[in-house]
Design a protein around this ligand. Sequence first.
Ligand code: UN1
Length: 486
Amino acid sequence: MSAQIQHLVGGEWLTGSGGELRSLNPARPSIVVAEGAGAVVSDVDAAVAAAGEAFAAWAATPIHQRGAVLLAAADVADRNAEAWGLELATEEGKTRAEGVGEVRRAAQILRYYGNEGDRQAGEIFASPRAGEQILVTRKPIGVVGVITPFNFPIAIPAWKIAPALVYGNAVVWKPASTVPLLAMRLAEALTAAGLPAGVLNLLVGGSAIGDAIVGHTGIDAITFTGSTGIGRRIASAAAARGVPVQAEMGGKNAAVVLDDADLDLAVEQVMLGAFRSTGQKCTATSRLIVTDGIADRFLAVLAERARALTVGDPTDDTTQMGPVVNDSAHKSISTGIDTAAAQGATLVAGGVPYTDGPLAEGYFIPPTVVELNGTSADVWTEELFGPVLAVKRAGDADEAFALANDSEFGLSAAVFTQDVTRALQAVDHIDVGVLHINSESAGADPHVPFGGAKKSGLGPKEQGGAAREFFTHTTTVYLRGGKAGA
Ligand code: UN1
């Protein structure tokens, strides 16, 4: 039986009055995971009003108390990790193990921000005037619009909503309409943990709801993760209203494998980077640059591993890679592979659609590796957001680093070498927000900054101490005693 989609406004769970929404199981699209009516634009007014009303009392609540709510929500998420992880796999398509891991990761993020009160420390400056000190205090911004993607249906919302809340903001949240069930689970965890009514409002719906949030005069800041096209649209609408934006957008992340790399380690990590979560991560490895001395051996082993990957229903524990999220993703990725072939790319592995059996019924794409021999192809520049890896060879490390930078994006990269000099050159030369030396391009710890360089990101970074830059503003206080001449 499918779950009922509901919206959370002012502490009440409501049935929507908009168009019918359904999240389908991408491995078996005849199965409906959650269904119900979507939100309508007037719900945005109600949600923003509820958030505005709840804001003052929440902002005035001591940060340790706000954190205690997040800590309790982390416990709820951990207690439900197995059940919600299975739902996540069923709704989004990543494997059950990854789904359970993601729910636990959301709990870890909630816990990290739950302890934020203990880390708050301010700044005091010397004053050029006698009897005065200058201090800097932090305040919440107000009502934050949160717009999240399908690919981490609980972890990305947690890493936006947890800092928003702990710093005293109220939230109006629109998740991707492909993953409403997991959004409801996070909202449930927070309400069960005692979050006051109206502090978090959840509206499930399509782009009209997102646009209404972005354009609403009661929204004081917007945090977004998703495609570059939508991110730029949000950023320009927000700029017109003078509203700050934090946008995490596309990636075309390179793995660079140099001649001296440990081949087994590099193959294993490139496989994880390219194919875990079916390549549906903004941090996934979608480009591979391999230097000539190791290229033939590396590509032979990589092709063999890619072909041997067990693709199937994500709830089956032998499955290593599930489907992509929905029909339109399946179509656009398949078209991307066909275009690559038409533009002269050579198929190294995969690339041939499944035509019968359960893999043809679901939104499955084979793990695909294509090599570009001196050709330029869209698969090198455009994010397909699926299990497709485009390969180029390089004569030496300098050329390899230059190819890694050959993208308008700059989210993450991975470099495989055992030569510390080369590793340090990579740090200097590769222009990305997140660089992994000898590990895959995806992955992010909650206590360190996350976000991209170049066209991958806009505004302050996420996670760790960086999140405070976005979710608070400062008041600089010139503090003097009140007695004349004292
Ligand atoms: C990760 O690499 O584990 O949308 C997290 C995304 C990123 C998060 C990546 N914002 O894929």
